[in-house]
Design a binder for this molecule. Sequence first.
Ligand code: UD1
Ligand code: UDP
Length: 440
Amino acid sequence: MKIAVILGTRPEIIKMAPIIDEILKRNIDLTVIHTGQHYDKEMSDNFFLDLEIPAPDYNIHVGSGSHGKQTGLMMGGIEEILLKENADIVLVQGDTNAVLAGALVASKLHIPVGHVEAGLRSFDMTMPEEINRRACDVVSSMYFIPTEKSAINLLAEGFSRKNLFITGNTVVDACFRHLDIARKKGFEEKSLDDLNIDEMDNILTLTMHRAENVDDKSRVENVIAALRELDEMNIIFPIHPRTKKTLQDFGLFDDLNHLNHVHIIKPLGYLDFLQLTSKSSLILTDSGGLQEEAITLDVPALTLRYNTERPETVTAGGNILVGCNKDAILENAFKILNDTEFRDKMKNAVNPYGQGNAAKMTVDAIQKYYDEGLLNIEAPENIMDSFERKMHIINEDISVREFEEKNNGIIHMLFDGEEMRFPYNDLNIKGMCVSYDIFQ
Ligand code: UD1
Ligand code: UDP
């Protein structure tokens, strides 16, 4: 079996690293294709070193550009490589342009796509990431899904349950694996621009790079106004290159940089960043991955967004959406810093992203599909009339697996009278309403 992994940005390298590691451990053939969307050493190469994975086999060097141009260039490059690599499956991760490009190219070459971190939905179609993740899901063959809630998103959109695998998020694997290594290693002084983080208290880690925030001057001004008043904190801001550029274009970089309690530094390597976040009293971010890492590391998070595709972090109680609203940021930040009970409740929120074995579960599922001959895309032999779609209320004691065997069908949706449930094989569905397909 050969697996091709496509990645292109910082979070993809981090979240694919545990999967790459697992593939290599099992001696499965692997090709890693880097699109080159992130190219600064601090946004790309350093992560291969910190996460101890081999350098990519290919780099397409697409660089920066408009969405259409960047995605188009990626597609051309990926196609050329996939045509000669004969991969059995192509893995993409998350919601960047690499995910869109990789999924479209592979599926058109009839190579099954495995979407890692599938099923997330912000329901905000102004976000490029929402378009990418939805489009990718439509053409994927296997879905590696962080939570039950995301799996239910896919069921509700009509995806077949048999290809959905609830694995947790590989970000937990990466965090658990590297936190101890990071602590033993200590901070890389150079990357922290001589700040002695080890000696610091009251750390607030800030990251911000979402297009809808940093490309909007008034949103950036609101956040800066809030930061100005958080002067009891040591605010550490490893700045994303996009954000540095727009802050400079807006003439706001110096305003922020002159505040004594705000330390703008280069983007950190993964090990340094893990240490920084785990030592923080508070995380202020618009990053997707950081919302997940905050709840994994038991650090309260305030998210600079009005919606999130990670609602589990909010319902679990570890994350609050504050938008770019100065009053909401300050009110919640002071509450976390001053109200011990409130803070502890946020810190103790249960991590919804699994136990840190997502990579293992993902590669297990791929291996099983490969062994059973299921990693292929073929035209159906029968027309649609070959199955019927039905809906029933179940009156007997029966599990999902037993029901499916008895009816030669597969359950799509399951309602327990109040809400939609995920049809786990062993779940007893007596009293529930099921919709299912029966195969002839
Ligand atoms: C991309 C992803 C986003 C992800 C983020 C992770 C898409 C649509 N967006 O956003 O989902 O959350 O990566 O960080 O795929 N730049 C550099 N050096 C680099 C990379 C970028 O200077 O190594 C600058 C360039 O000015 C570039 C800008 O950052 O125009 C934006 O980069 P781009 O990759 O287009 O989007 P991100 O904002 O990084
Ligand atoms: N990260 C890092 N160094 C930094 C900032 C972030 O290593 O200076 C890591 C962080 O631990 C997380 C990932 O980058 O795993 C998040 O990436 P980013 O915020 O760029 O993208 P998103 O998750 O929003 O797509």
